[in-house]
Ligand binder design. Structure first.
Ligand code: DAH
Length: 349
């Protein structure tokens, strides 16, 4: 009679696992057979009632039932788990053929590009990049650069003064020359460039801005010649405007250099024939320069009998306008539309 029960459960076990669809059903079945009052568990309780000589055999049969159940149970449990993982993977699959969202990318500001290319060229020539304050002393911006109060050349740089006459918004990056020379106390060679913001009381129009950017260069050493300056300028001109550019110096005047020059490049547009960019001359002026005036050397603690050097200054908006074909300086400061940056002709030579 007890054996019949065992046989009938064995038969049941044969079929019950086939229809199970998920883990909940599986656990229910486990409970039905192996739970506290489960069918197999109840059989174990019968052991007490059967004669001793049958106990061993009966116990073995129950164990066999349990083993059969557990094997089926474990197999199915593993299978269900696998299916669950597969379903999840399917659900999370990424369709790589979907069109992507376009993430608008910016572009480096033209002034920044000019600064970076000048820096990398001049650093390769041994120059350090240094910065100076935008709020500057009149002493450094003018006085020690051989522009004493009342000097007519001051008028050309209509300056924003701050509270009286001692401090101003620097009108040029040249005061960084003074700061560097004073810092080196007259006994070390210097090779620096200094890009930065400068300010003048100009009316803003297509070619003037009250805020603009310059890059100053200063080299102090021994036995430096105008030829060294020319070679340096030539490297800069070719890097910015192409290897076929020619360069020339024209005599000029700056109080802090003697002699002073204007630095011209041959017109990249008409190659010297004359066009509206070079105003028919075939040449374009891109900066000022000269041999550092001995008065400035002396003012800044360098003995002009021992030391000399050259200085140069570029207006970076002008370089960027020429290089990228921009005809209104205000474009550099109107940043409300990313397309402004995208539209520039990014000609690289
Ligand atoms: N600071 C001059 C300017 O703003 C540019 C300049 C000219 C800088 C000649 C120099 C230089 O260092 O030697 O117009």
């Amino acid at each position: 009679m007890n054996n019949d029960k065992i046989e009938s459960i064995k038969k049941e076990l044969n079929g019950i696992f086939k229809n199970i669809k998920d883990e909940i059903e599986l656990e229910n079945i486990k409970n039905e057979y192996l739970g506290k009052n489960g069918k197999i568990t109840s059989l174990s309780q019968l052991i007490r009632e059967i004669p001793n000589e049958e106990k061993k055999n009966f116990g073995m049969q129950i164990n066999e039932l349990k083993n059969i159940f557990n094997e089926e149970y474990n197999n199915l449990k593993n299978k269900l788990e696998e299916m669950k993982i597969l379903a999840k993977l399917n659900e999370e699959a990424i369709d790589v053929t979907l069109p992507s969202t376009k993430i608008p990318s910016g572009a480096a500001h033209p002034i920044e590009r000019i600064i970076e290319s000048l820096e990398s060229l001049l650093m390769s020539m041994g120059y350090d990049v240094v910065e100076g304050p935008e709020i500057e002393k009149d002493l450094y911006n003018f006085e020690l650069l051989n522009l004493p109060k009342g000097h007519p050349a001051r008028d050309a740089q209509d300056t924003f003064y701050i509270k009286g006459e001692e401090y101003l918004l620097r009108s040029q990056t040249s005061p960084v020359q003074v700061r560097e020379m004073l810092a080196h106390e007259g006994h070390e060679p210097i090779r620096i460039i200094c890009p930065g913001k400068t300010y003048r009381r100009d009316e803003d129009d297509a070619t003037h801005s009250h805020e603009f950017t310059q890059m100053e260069g200063l080299l102090i050493d021994k036995n430096i010649t105008l030829g060294d300056l020319k070679g340096t300028f030539e490297s800069i001109a070719k890097m910015l405007f192409g290897n076929t550019r020619e360069t020339r110096f024209r005599p000029s005047f700056y109080p802090f250099t003697e002699p002073s020059v204007e630095m011209d490049i041959s017109c990249f547009n008409c190659h010297g024939k004359g066009c509206n960019i070079c105003k028919g001359t075939g040449w374009i002026t891109v900066g000022g320069a000269g041999m550092v005036n001995p008065i400035v050397l002396k003012n800044c603690g360098y003995d002009p009998k021992e030391w000399n050097g050259f200085a140069f200054g570029f207006g970076l908006e002008r370089l960027a306008m020429l290089k990228y074909g921009i005809n209104d300086i205000r474009v550099f400061y109107i940043n409300h539309d990313m397309r402004t940056l995208e539209q520039f002709d990014r000609r690289e030579y």
